[in-house]
Design a protein around this ligand. Structure first.
Ligand SMILES: *[C@@H]1O[C@H](CO)[C@@H](O)[C@H](O)[C@H]1NC(C)=O
Ligand SMILES: *[C@@H]1O[C@H](CO)[C@@H](O)[C@H](O)[C@H]1NC(C)=O
Ligand SMILES: *[C@@H]1O[C@H](CO)[C@@H](O)[C@H](O)[C@H]1NC(C)=O
Ligand SMILES: *[C@@H]1O[C@H](CO)[C@@H](O)[C@H](O)[C@H]1NC(C)=O
Ligand SMILES: *[C@@H]1O[C@H](CO)[C@@H](O)[C@H](O)[C@H]1NC(C)=O
Ligand SMILES: *[C@@H]1O[C@H](CO)[C@@H](O)[C@H](O)[C@H]1NC(C)=O
Length: 940
């Protein structure tokens, strides 16, 4: 674990004049979260800005970097910049960090001027040209053309010297209509081969467009018209290609949405294929490189001249091994040069990573001949290169290759004029992907039976709801072009960058001061100084390390699974409950995502970032829906990510992806997911989240003007999406703002405010009205332990700080909820005429108490928050008396050696982590505190 490398860097903040139009300049440092890369192929990052500091229409950005392109990704309501994005072109020599300076001159025309002047001052700038049938992007190092129709997304990739090193880049899908249930019985199963069909291709380049171009291709997998037995088009895709100035790499974000029937549409292979022109290259000067383990690289030539009985000469051998042009054949020992026709040439190479623990490689001279095994290894870096010493070549690398097994790499036809590389995101060598339900329903044909089954397996099952229809997966790949075969070292470096692309982040204390991502976290330095704080920090570190290690030890990997963690632990089997109904995959239950992201925000730690980023790419995609009735909703925890019948916005809520969205400079795929979350409004009336537990006298009307919603598990998710849409001024931003303002105006009219729990929501206007059980608003007190544990506090806090002019009654209503949830039964009774009894998840809710304490400046309430945090003593908390250590299990007790912490559930870990971070920030702890709950209010 490393601390963020900023500690010594100060921030320059120069305010020349206090008036709004005066020249103001702010300089912000950004640094690589990992070690400084030796080179990079272009990157985008985001920076927050304090409210009112820089008007979006009068700010110019600059940086001590070659090519910088800047644009605004979010606005404060006053028109000042809330978040900016910055794209940096590729660099061969890389600094430890950069200083980005925002300057505003008191001249309203500067904004437009800035657009033309920013970036591209040195270095090469991106050039884009567009015609009716293609888009061509020049980076200075490569020229890539993208088709607007047909099958090939990438028509060709050319190096600066004019060599075409990749062409006909397209997607491939193998699918089949069934799976043999017994070995060898494939009767009646149809097999289909499909390839990409483009719907549309667009190019965008924000700001001055100097450093980056983004080409987005949408389409579907299709059977060519001339083939028989067509399945018809299916599996829509969106593929984004990011190209940076001065870079020979194309970052590729590949998304598919599963739109099949899980019982008859099986994916048996999913890939990206490029042709690689090899004409004119001698077979012995053609090179194959495949990434092995920890930077390892397979060195092969299509026709090998090493290891032979006769030696062609050391310089020829070493050139071939190193990938450089061999000396002229006339200089070789003739005992070899006259006998090349007897040396086999290798057409095809195949690496298969069918498990996270091992890969095989093999090669063959041609189809119809036996494969020859090449000694394999454990975890391949997932990059393959094909090319020649003089004609150049192409490498393709898949991020998290082994973590997303089953994957494979194919190099084919290397002996011909046109070889190819196929990157298999789902390996055709694996068993077909099986998305069918894992059980047959067990006869649960009524809600009563389903609820009874929930009592024992905790699974909330319902026929038809356990569907993968509409789930998505996004993969990240990199395509690299070369004028000649690069050194193995270079490919090794690119392999590691493909797996952990370099990331820039600002100093955590700067991000905190801007208030752009919540006021409920502070850096460890800012909250240190007491024994209690040190103890909490050590526990946060313990939990991060624990989940990091569990991912590895429990093999939480795979095409669909990577990025999720498990929910509950079976202490008898020393095994997470991977097969127990509602306890298996976690699907963001109680917000571990927010724990991880908040911890990253405050520390800038790379290990935390990677854990959280994998979750972003999982939860928003696999655990959420993108097509059909459930669009915008997510799925409660289950053995299969999509298996549970509770479809709710509490899982799809973009509050879990917001930090990534902004600090990545507005990752466009995540942007799509946020838009989809807005569509949960519609999901709410197509799917009644509480259909199984409604009082019989309440009929849920599928009426968009009167949806019976829970403020926390339903509305908060769509509210998080409204807020981001407002901030980023997306296509629905005015509507989103208006709905949030209307909610802020009408929600306090509910007699008991948030304590009402569920009420009627008009999704067309944002207006709330009393629940159908209390039409005259006499006051209904109904709290649920779940309402406030899916990001509602974080969403509301961000909303309050986004627009401080919201009616105070709205915030008061929220602070009442925060105060009363864990207040004494007597206080509850006095306020609501009803005691809440013994409430659940007190430790997690301590952060609500702390929030009210800070907002009200109430020291005794702060002490109450610490007491709730430290003395919950329920099953869903972690406390000072827990072991905070793991136990090793090995030998015949377990399948493989594991570290066990049977005192941890992911619910408890998520809530401890979040509440720990937030209490430290909101109410601090007293100097010399000792974990007894005697914290006193520090600061405000
Ligand atoms: C731009 O190029 C000039 C001359 O090559 C160099 O002195 C200067 O430092 C460069 N500026 C940046 C921002 O890289
Ligand atoms: C710049 O933005 C501010 C705030 O939105 C606005 O008041 C002002 O009129 C704008 N100026 C120009 C020239 O557009
Ligand atoms: C591209 O096609 C898809 C599918 O038909 C459609 O949803 C999308 O709006 C289109 N995009 C553009 C930019 O035309
Ligand atoms: C199908 O059409 C494509 C493009 O026209 C052609 O290249 C291919 O050879 C054809 N395949 C068959 C089986 O006819
Ligand atoms: C091949 O590479 C090795 C190690 O990188 C180096 O020592 C050797 O000189 C190289 N040979 C040639 C011919 O480039
Ligand atoms: C979608 O929801 C509508 C309205 O509830 C329903 O009639 C329809 O059957 C649903 N479609 C699917 C595929 O579930």
């Amino acid at each position: 674990m490393r601390t963020h490398p900023f500690a010594l860097l100060g921030l320059a903040r120069l305010v020349a004049h206090p008036s709004v139009v005066a020249a103001v300049s702010t300089s912000v440092q950004v640094k690589w979260i990992d070690e400084t890369p030796t080179s990079h192929t272009g990157t985008t990052f985001g920076l927050p800005w304090a409210r009112g500091r820089h008007l979006a229409n009068a700010t110019e950005f600059s940086a001590d970097a070659g090519t910088l392109q800047s644009w605004v990704t979010a606005y404060w309501p006053d028109g000042s910049i809330k978040w900016s994005a910055h794209a940096l072109g590729g660099e061969e020599s890389v600094k430890e960090g950069y200083t980005v300076t925002a300057s505003g001159a008191g001249n309203s025309s500067v904004g437009e001027k800035a657009r033309r002047q920013t970036g591209g001052r040195n270095g090469t700038a991106i050039e884009i040209s567009e015609s009716t049938d293609e888009i061509v992007v020049k980076t200075g190092k490569i020229t890539a053309s993208f088709a607007k129709q047909g099958s090939d997304l990438v028509k060709k990739i050319e190096t600066a010297s004019g060599k075409v090193v990749g062409k006909n880049g397209h997607l491939v899908l193998l699918s089949q209509s069934g799976i043999p249930e017994y070995e060898g019985d494939s009767t009646g199963i149809q097999h289909y081969k499909l390839s990409s069909k483009i719907y549309n291709t667009t190019v965008s380049s924000e700001g001055d467009g100097s450093a980056r171009a983004l080409v987005t291709v949408q389409g579907i997998h299709s059977t060519p018209a001339n083939s028989t037995g067509s399945r018809g088009d299916w599996l829509p895709f969106t593929v984004r290609f990011y190209l940076y100035a001065n870079s020979d790499a194309i970052r590729t974000i590949h998304t598919i949405i599963y739109d099949g029937d899980s019982k008859s549409d099986f994916i048996s292979g999913l890939g990206i294929r490029f042709d690689v022109p090899l004409a004119g290259e001698e077979l012995y000067d053609r090179h194959v490189r495949i990434a092995g383990v920890d930077g390892g690289m397979l060195h092969e030539a299509v026709q090998g001249i090493t290891g032979l009985r006769r030696d062609p000469g050391a310089s020829a051998r070493s050139a071939q091994y190193n990938g450089t042009k061999t000396p002229d054949k006339s200089t070789w020992d003739t005992r070899v040069s006259t006998r090349l026709q007897w040396i086999p040439t290798w057409s095809d190479f195949r690496l298969t990573q069918l498990s996270p623990d091992g890969f095989n490689i093999k090669k063959r001279t041609k189809a119809g001949q036996s494969w020859v095994k090449i000694p394999g290894g454990t975890r391949s870096g997932g990059l393959a290169y094909l090319g020649g010493a003089t004609v150049g070549g192409l490498a393709v690398g898949l991020r998290d290759f082994w973590k997303k097994y089953p994957t494979s790499l194919d190099i084919s036809d290397s002996t011909t004029d046109q070889g190819s590389i196929t990157l298999w995101l789902y390996s055709p060598s694996a068993e077909p992907m099986d998305l069918r339900p894992y059980h047959d329903g067990l006869g649960q044909d009524t809600y009563a039976k389903q609820l009874d089954a929930l009592e024992v397996t905790y699974e909330d099952w319902e026929e038809g709801y356990n569907t993968p229809y509409g789930i998505a997966r996004t993969n990240e790949a990199f395509i690299y072009a070369f004028d000649s075969t690069p050194s193995a070292d270079r490919l090794s470096e690119l392999t590691s960058q493909s797996n952990e692309p370099p990331v820039l982040y600002a100093e955590p204390s700067y991000v905190e001061e801007t208030g752009a991502l919540g006021t409920y976290w502070k850096t460890p330095e800012a909250t240190s100084g007491s024994a209690d704080a040190a103890e909490i920090e050590s526990h946060l570190d313990f939990l991060i390390k624990f989940y990091h290690d569990q991912v590895e030890q429990r093999r939480w990997f795979g095409f669909w699974d990577h990025g999720d963690i498990m929910h509950g632990y079976d202490t008898d089997r020393h095994q997470w409950k991977y097969d127990i109904g509602g306890y298996a995959w976690d699907n963001s239950e109680l917000s571990p995502d927010l724990f991880f992201w908040n911890h990253f925000l405050r520390t800038g730690r790379a290990d935390v970032y990677r854990l959280a980023e994998a979750q972003v790419r999982h939860g928003g995609e696999v655990d959420s829906y993108h097509l059909g009735n459930f669009t915008g909703l997510g799925t409660r925890h289950n053995v299969q990510h999509w298996g549970d019948s509770a479809k709710q916005a509490r899982v799809s809520t973009p509050v879990y992806r917001k930090t990534f969205y902004y600090i990545s400079g507005g990752d466009e795929r995540t942007g799509d997911l946020i838009h989809e979350a807005l569509q949960a409004e519609k999901g709410f009336y197509l799917v009644d989240a509480r259909r199984k537990v409604r009082a019989p006298d309440v009929v849920y009307k599928p009426d968009p003007t009167a949806l019976y919603l829970d403020f926390g598990t339903d509305w908060a998710g769509v509210a998080a999406a409204y807020l981001i849409e407002w901030e980023r001024r997306g296509p629905r931003w005015e509507e989103s703002r208006s709905k949030l303002l209307e909610t802020a105006r009408t929600y306090p009219d509910l007699k008991f405010g948030f304590v009402t729990g569920e009420a009627l929501y008009n999704s067309l206007t944002g207006t709330w009205s009393p629940p159908p059980t209390d039409p005259s608003n006499n006051g209904t007190a109904s709290i649920s332990h779940l309402s406030a544990v899916f990001g509602v506090l974080e969403t509301l806090d961000q909303l309050f700080s986004h627009d401080p002019t919201l009616p105070s009654a709205f915030k008061d209503a929220w602070l009442d909820y925060c105060y009363y949830y864990s207040a004494s039964n007597a206080e509850q009774l006095a306020r609501y005429g009803k005691s809440f009894g013994k409430v659940n998840l007190r430790q997690g809710h301590a952060r609500l108490t702390a929030y009210a304490a800070r907002e009200r400046g109430n020291a005794s309430l702060a002490a109450r928050a610490w007491d709730e945090f430290l003395n919950d003593n329920s099953a869903d908390e972690l406390g000072p008396d827990d072991p905070w250590s793991t136990v090793v299990w090995k030998g015949s007790d377990v399948l493989t050696q594991v570290d066990e912490a049977d005192w941890i559930t992911t619910n408890a870990a998520a809530l401890y982590g979040l509440a720990g971070i937030e209490l430290l920030a909101l109410v601090g702890v007293s100097e010399g505190g000792n974990g007894t709950g005697n914290g006193t209010l520090v600061g405000r």
